[in-house]
Structure formats: C-alpha cells, structure tokens
Design a protein around this ligand. Structure first.
Ligand SMILES: O=C(CO)[C@@H](O)[C@H](O)COP(=O)(O)O
Length: 222
C-alpha cells in the first residue's frame, strides 16, 4: 500500500481555538497540517500568514506543516514561511515569474517544494522542473474557499499526473485538495493520489478520529 498521508486543512478549523484544533486533529490520526495562505489578490479570500505558522510551532506542533501559498508574488512569502517552520511549501506556477528559481529558493531554505495546479490548468509547468519537485498538488476545486464540491474531471488529471511522476522515476508526492470526503477518497486514490487534503469533511464533524479512520479504511481497500 502506498504511504498515504491525510492532511486536514485548517481553513475549516475554529480559528479562535487553532492550537487546540491542530492538537486534536493530530491526536485523531492526521499525518500533516495543511496550511492555506490566501492574499485576497491571487484568490478572493484572506487567511493566515507566517506568524500563525510560527505560533503553531511554538505551541508544540511537530507534524509536517504543508503550506499552500495562494499568493502572488511568492518569493517573499517563501522566505517568511521557511523561517516560520514550514515543511512543504507549494505555490501556483502562474504566481511566480521564475518558477525554477522559486523552487530552488524553497530547497535552499531547507523545505520541500511543490507546484499547485488549478482545475483548468495543464500540467505543462511541471514537466521541465520535475527534478525540483517533492510534490504536485492538484486542486479539485477552484482555490479560495473550503466546503466546495470535488470537480470530477480531476480524476483524469490525477491519472495524467501519476503517469508523469511514475515515468520520471522520481520521488514526488501527488496531493489532492478540494471536496475530498470519506465517500470519494478511495476513487481519488485509485486515480493516483497519495496525499489527501480535507477541510470541511474533517473539521465539520464532532469526532475527527472517526472520519480519519473511515478515510483510512477506504484507502486500505484501494
Ligand atoms: O485550498 C483550499 C481551498 O482553496 C482547500 O485546502 C480547502 O480548504 C479544502 O477544503 P474542503 O474542500 O476539504 O472543505
């Protein structure tokens, strides 16, 4: 079985009790913390920045923090999030003038690097920088908000990305983000994803462990 990772998106957590929410979801079996950064410019919403990432580290969070930058431009935020304790930093290729350079910047700061593709974007921007990628993240909703429905065309795109990764022979994670639930996670894994961001499906339930266990049970059947 692939090394599946479940990454709850704290976008759907209760921000007034963020440290406790992250502790609870990790205790419930989550692998990573997915941290959505929105600038009200690249996307029509505004969320949290590096100070909050640093606060989670100071609070004692040791799990990988998977920072998804929905900001334009990206390089200053890359520096600030690396300093704040990010583990993965992913960005959208259209938000950097020099994608290769931004990927190198992430690595030079000791973090893992990834590119994020919106539902209508082709994977072309990944092709010539595969050796600099630790992750490809496919958006299965339009970025900006939690609680949207999974866009089914993403399943074919996942298969395309899986082939690209497998043909390269490189160790690149394939993450999916948007509308992931216990009901569709198996089909998404069958299409090639190995890392699963889920916000509302986890944080909108009372029992986080029950949802995460149900997702793992689905993954065990892939
Ligand atoms: O990046 C985003 C939205 O832009 C996501 O991480 C969402 O936060 C996922 O939320 P759900 O679709 O799982 O509720």
């Amino acid at each position: 079985m692939p090394d599946y990772k479940i990454a709850p998106s704290i976008l759907s957590a209760d921000f007034a009790r963020l440290g406790e929410e992250v502790d609870n979801v990790l205790a419930a079996g989550a692998d990573w913390v997915h941290f959505d950064v929105m600038d009200n410019h690249y996307v029509p919403n505004l969320t949290i920045g590096p100070m909050v990432c640093k606060a989670l580290r100071n609070h004692g969070v040791e799990a990988p923090i998977d920072v998804h930058l929905m900001v334009d431009p990206v390089d200053d935020m890359i520096r600030m999030f690396a300093d704040a304790g990010a583990s993965y930093i992913t960005f959208h290729p259209e938000a950097s003038r020099h994608v290769d350079r931004s990927l190198q910047l992430i690595h030079s700061l000791g973090c893992k690097a990834g590119l994020v593709f919106n539902p209508a974007s082709s994977l072309d921007a990944a092709k010539y920088v595969l050796d600099k990628l630790d992750m490809i993240l496919l958006m299965s909703v339009n970025p900006g908000f939690g609680g949207q429905k999974f866009i089914p065309a993403t399943l074919d795109k996942l298969k395309e990305a899986r082939k690209l990764i497998d043909d390269s022979g490189l160790d690149i994670r394939l993450e999916i983000d948007g509308g992931v639930t216990r009901d569709n996670i198996r089909e998404i894994a069958q299409a090639g994803a190995d890392s699963f961001v889920a916000g509302s499906a986890i944080f909108n339930q009372d029992d986080y462990a029950e949802v995460i266990n149900a997702m793992r049970a689905e993954l065990a059947q892939v």
